[in-house]
Design a protein around this ligand. Structure first.
Ligand code: ADP
Length: 159
C-alpha cells in the first residue's frame, strides 16, 4: 500500500490545496492530509477548525483522511508507514524553501521521498495568506475557497 502524507498549515484550505489533494488521490492508495500546528505562522484558525474544514471538503474523496500532527513531520511519516511526502509547487519563490525541506527530510528519514505536484495554472497565484488578506478587508473570496470556508473567514473577521 502506497501511503502519501500531504502536510501543511491549511489556514484555511483553498481550492489550490484541494486540487493537489484530488490529484494525489489519483496516484496513491491513501492520502493523509497532515495539519501542522505551525505556531510560527500565528494561524487564524485553530488546529481543530482547520482539520474540520479539510474533512468537510474531502468528504467525497474516499482515499483521503485528515490528521493533525505536532512535532517533526518525519516522525509522523514514519509512524504512518508512509512512503511519500507530497508538496505543491506554485512558483520559483516556493522552490528554495521546498528544496531545503525535501533534502533535510531525506537526510532525517531516507525511506520517504518528497514528490512535488505543480500547481494548476488557475490556482498558481492562490495562497491561504492572500485569501485571508482579501477576507480581512471584506473582499469576495468565492472561487478561491469553498462557501463554507468563506463563511468561516467572515465570522473570524467580523468577530
Ligand atoms: P505550509 O505552511 O506547510 O507551507 P500551506 O498550507 O501554505 O502550508 O501549504 C501546504 C502545501 O500546499 C505547500 O506545499 C504549498 O506549496 C502547497 N500549496 C499551497 N497553495 C497551493 C496552490 N494554490 N496550488 C498548489 N499548491 C499549493
Amino acid at each position: 500500500m502506497n501511503i502519501a502524507v500531504y502536510p501543511g498549515s491549511f489556514d484555511p484550505i483553498t481550492y489550490g490545496h484541494l486540487d493537489i489533494i484530488a490529484r494525489a488521490s489519483e496516484i496513491f492508495d491513501r492520502v493523509i492530509v497532515a495539519v501542522s500546528i505551525n505556531p510560527g505562522k500565528n494561524p487564524l484558525f485553530s488546529l481543530e477548525e482547520r482539520a474540520e474544514m479539510i474533512s468537510r471538503e474531502c468528504a467525497n474523496l474516499k482515499k483521503v483522511t485528515v490528521e493533525c500532527f505536532r512535532g517533526l513531520l518525519i516522525e509522523f511519516v514514519r509512524e504512518k508507514k508512509a512512503s511519500t511526502i507530497i508538496r505543491g509547487l506554485r512558483a520559483i519563490s516556493d522552490f528554495e524553501y521546498e528544496f531545503q525541506m525535501a533534502l533535510m527530510n531525506k537526510k532525517l528519514y531516507p525511506e520517504a521521498e518528497t514528490v512535488f505536484l505543480v500547481a494548476s495554472p488557475e490556482f498558481s497565484y492562490l495562497s491561504s495568506s492572500i485569501v485571508k488578506e482579501i477576507a480581512s478587508f471584506g473582499g469576495d473570496v468565492s472561487g478561491l475557497v469553498s462557501r463554507h470556508v468563506a463563511v468561516k473567514l467572515q465570522e473570524k473577521y467580523r468577530g
